[in-house]
Design a protein around this ligand. Structure first.
Ligand SMILES: [Zn+2]
Length: 159
């Protein structure tokens, strides 16, 4: 399994093309800067709130949350319950469904954003969710590549 730093760096390296893609989609759909902000917000959520929130260890995402002080500690306590409910690399690591479990788990924050955005909430949240799914798919691809490399290395050692 790639480390949290590998996941985070890969997502940051992919950020410029993701941002360019979001800007192109905003231009093509005449959606404006709100689309790009929603897209990048969803992608950023994927950098901090990763599929590895199902891990019992103190992951890099949890370390990032801890930097927020008391609020971060409360969020980490909240996510540790998530880690107890979801087996590591179970549903949380399923494409789209895993992202949805984390959005359901973050429902208080999602409701606050929805109230703040009022009538624009649904399209903005849909775009953010789609780009959060994109970040999670990159995470899952790295996990898959890491697993294959490990299994290749162990089968070579057996020979
Ligand atoms: Zn993972």
């Amino acid at each position: 399994m790639p480390s949290g730093i590998v996941h985070e760096r890969t997502l940051l390296v992919a950020l410029p093309p993701v941002a360019a893609g979001a800007a192109c989609l905003a231009h093509l759909s005449n959606s404006g800067v709100g689309f790009v902000i929603s897209a990048l917000s969803g992608y950023a959520i994927g950098i901090v709130i990763t599929p590895d929130m199902d891990h019992h260890a103190y992951t890099l995402g949890r370390q990032r949350l801890a930097r927020l002080g008391l609020i971060g500690d409360l969020l980490n306590a909240w996510w540790s319950i998530y880690a107890r409910l979801f087996r590591h690399r179970g549903v949380s690591h399923a494409p789209i469904v895993g992202t949805l479990t984390r959005w359901v788990w973050m429902w208080p924050a999602v409701v606050l954003v929805a109230i703040a955005l009022s009538e624009r909430a649904l399209p903005a949240l849909a775009v953010a969710f789609a780009f959060n799914c994109l970040a999670d798919l990159i995470h899952l691809a790295l996990d898959l590549l890491g697993t294959r490399r490990l299994s290749c290395a162990s089968s070579q050692r057996r020979r």
